[in-house]
Design a protein around this ligand. Structure first.
Ligand SMILES: Nc1ncnc2c1ncn2[C@@H]1O[C@H](COP(=O)(O)OP(=O)(O)OP(=O)(O)O)[C@@H](O)[C@H]1O
Ligand SMILES: [Mg+2]
Length: 245
């Protein structure tokens, strides 16, 4: 009788253990699948966003740009006798110049044409020179080696560095931002350091509504790379990024 009770208890315990294991395994599997789907969604979103940006930039450049320029030519060729009319025509011309300039800026913000034409380093130089002109912060850009990477990867690297710079401007209250870029053993290495206020990285992950840091991680994953973020309140913020070529 005692044997039977012991036997039944052991059987029952084994059954419970099996149920718990199956339960835990299915939760883990579900969680892994959820994380994978989330990542795939972010990958797709970023790729779609880049394609859209390129399409809009091309449309602005190839279609609206020439149209505005030809309107400008037509306006310039109008001959008016009345001085008031002449002033109106000149004003319209100046407005058109502003529109063309703004359109170029919008197209440039969407996708710097220097990145397309001259590559990552020239685009970064242009971007950081523009920020240094504002005198709020000094961005020190150093290229240790020339890079031999594809255009597709260059866009992701540009966006990663752009977000790091923008976060430094927005949040760090830094005086200096160092950016070093090099190539070693078939890897691109990027090191950034700011002398700003720093932040609690765990708290920022939980509380932040921003998309910037998530997109840094996703783009690094798309590139099969590694990203290490180091920051503490009062100690500035450093990034170390390693991307296979
Ligand atoms: N260099 C930095 N110095 C200080 N704090 C930072 C720095 N970079 C990020 N943070 C902190 O981390 C948070 C998350 O950054 P994240 O880029 O994800 O969002 P965001 O910049 O607020 O918004 P978004 O990037 O979507 O415009 C920021 O709100 C800020 O508190
Ligand atoms: Mg940001």
């Amino acid at each position: 009788m005692v044997d039977k009770i012991l036997y039944a208890t052991i059987l029952f315990a084994i059954l419970i253990a099996i149920i718990i294991i199956v339960f835990v395994v299915s939760i883990l599997r579900y969680h892994r699948r959820y994380v994978r789907l989330q990542k795939e969604r972010m990958f797709a979103e970023i790729t779609m966003q880049e394609n859209e940006r390129r399409r809009i930039t091309n449309d602005l450049h190839d279609s609206i740009g020439p149209m505005l320029s030809s309107v400008k030519l037509n306006i310039n060729s109008i001959e008016v006798k009345d001085s008031l009319d002449e002033e109106i025509v000149q004003k319209a011309g100046r407005h058109l110049d502003d529109i063309i300039k703004n359109m170029r800026q919008i197209s440039h913000n969407l996708l710097p044409n220097t990145l397309e034409r001259k590559g990552l380093m020239e685009a970064l130089k242009e971007f950081t020179d523009h920020i240094n002109d504002s005198k709020h912060i000094k961005v020190h850009l150093q290229l240790v080696h020339d890079l031999t990477i594809s255009k597709q990867k260059e866009i992701h690297l540009f966006r990663i560095i752009q977000e790091i710079v923008q976060n430094t401007l927005k949040h760090a209250k830094a005086k200096n931002l160092q950016i070093g870029i090099g190539q070693e053993n078939n890897h691109v290495l990027i090191l950034t350091m700011d002398d700003g206020v720093g932040f609690d990285t765990e708290k920022a992950k939980d509380k932040s509504m921003g998309l910037g840091m998530k997109s840094l991680e996703t783009r690094t994953e798309i590139l099969n790379g590694k990203l290490v973020l180091e920051s503490k309140p009062g100690k500035g913020t450093n990034y170390f990024i390693k991307i296979p070529i």
